[in-house]
Design a protein around this ligand. Structure first.
Ligand code: GYE
Length: 308
């Protein structure tokens, strides 16, 4: 009787949970897959999603979060474009008693109670994995010197900072491996290509390795390498991160040597987490994603299994 009574009167029916989500942008294949995963998982979980694309600008994210607060959403989730500068707006969310979940990227705030949980990859470990692959390669080619150019992600973003540090940590102390140039390509193909062109212009044949903080920049750079008359994957070893389909295609063509996996498929876990948080259940402060490393030799075999 209670059930039919509830169904008959809308006010008694369970209200769907409302999530405000502020996305970084649409800068890469990774991001596109991440957005699709979040939208799809929200739909499946019966969560009403208010989605805002910040076009890689922090001020747009701050605006979106303020508008979610004004709309009294049940939970706010966001992928912070950069690490710093979030204290004020997160304090506003806390004052409005709206829980905040970080996804994908971390923030740098002194007061950790400003967010309830952070779900995403271990970017430092990804940087280490990329460097370990290169160290291994260097051991197999003892005669070679490895002058590395680095394409960094968005300045001030957690993945750019962490992937740089993790990589640096592993190559440190090995005189054969040296970063000769390092610049941001903002995680996009277009800028990856542009910066690689500049690297090639100034360093030319001096470059033995490209380390790109994501596949998109690597793919852009591969084009620049080819246009300079060199063979990517051979004349210049190419190492990158994400594991998107475009990277597997480049590996199958022999143009990319390895990609370190970073999964964008965070949607289902995020929705579960949001439901638990709103239900008042205790949740872990940090949830990391399990990932692998895919060298070119396994690309053709793995390609059919790739989901993004
Ligand atoms: O590696 C890159 C994207 O934050 C992990 O952002 C993410 C990164 C990803 O643009 O492709």
């Amino acid at each position: 009787a209670v059930a039919s009574f509830a169904a008959a009167i809308p006010a008694f029916a369970a209200k769907p949970l409302v999530m405000g989500f502020s996305q970084v942008g649409a800068e890469s294949e990774w991001r596109t897959a991440n957005t699709a995963s979040i939208k799809d998982a929200a739909k499946k979980a019966g969560i009403t999603l208010k989605f805002a694309d910040a076009q890689q600008r922090q001020e747009n994210q701050v605006k979106a979060i303020r508008s979610f607060i004004a709309q009294h959403v049940d939970v706010i989730a966001f992928s912070p474009v950069v690490e710093s500068g979030w204290d004020t707006v997160l304090r506003e969310a806390k004052a409005a008693r709206i829980p905040v979940i970080l996804t994908d990227r971390a923030v740098n705030v002194a007061d950790k109670s400003l967010y309830v949980s952070f779900i995403g990859s271990d970017f430092v470990e990804e940087g280490r994995r990329a460097a370990r692959w290169l160290l291994d390669y260097a051991k197999k080619n003892p005669a070679k010197q490895f002058n590395i150019v680095e394409l960094q992600g968005t300045v001030g973003s957690a993945p750019a900072i962490d992937r740089k540090n993790g990589f640096q940590e592993v190559i440190a102390g090995n005189p054969k491996l040296k970063i000769i140039r390092s610049q941001t390509g903002d995680f996009t193909r277009a800028k990856g290509k542009e910066v690689m062109e500049a690297f090639l212009k100034s360093e030319g044949k001096n470059i033995n390795v490209l380390y790109a903080h994501n596949d998109d920049m690597a793919i852009g750079a591969i084009q620049a390498i080819e246009e300079a008359g060199l063979k990517p994957g051979k004349d210049i070893i190419v190492v990158s991160i994400d594991g998107v389909k475009g990277a597997f295609e480049a590996m199958m063509q022999g143009k990319l040597n390895v990609t370190v996996e970073c999964s964008p498929l965070l949607g289902p876990q995020l929705m579960q987490l949001a439901q638990d948080v709103v239900a008042g259940k205790p949740v872990p402060k940090r949830i990391t994603v399990e990932e692998g490393v895919f060298p070119a030799e396994v690309a053709a075999k793995e390609f059919p299994n790739r989901k993004y």
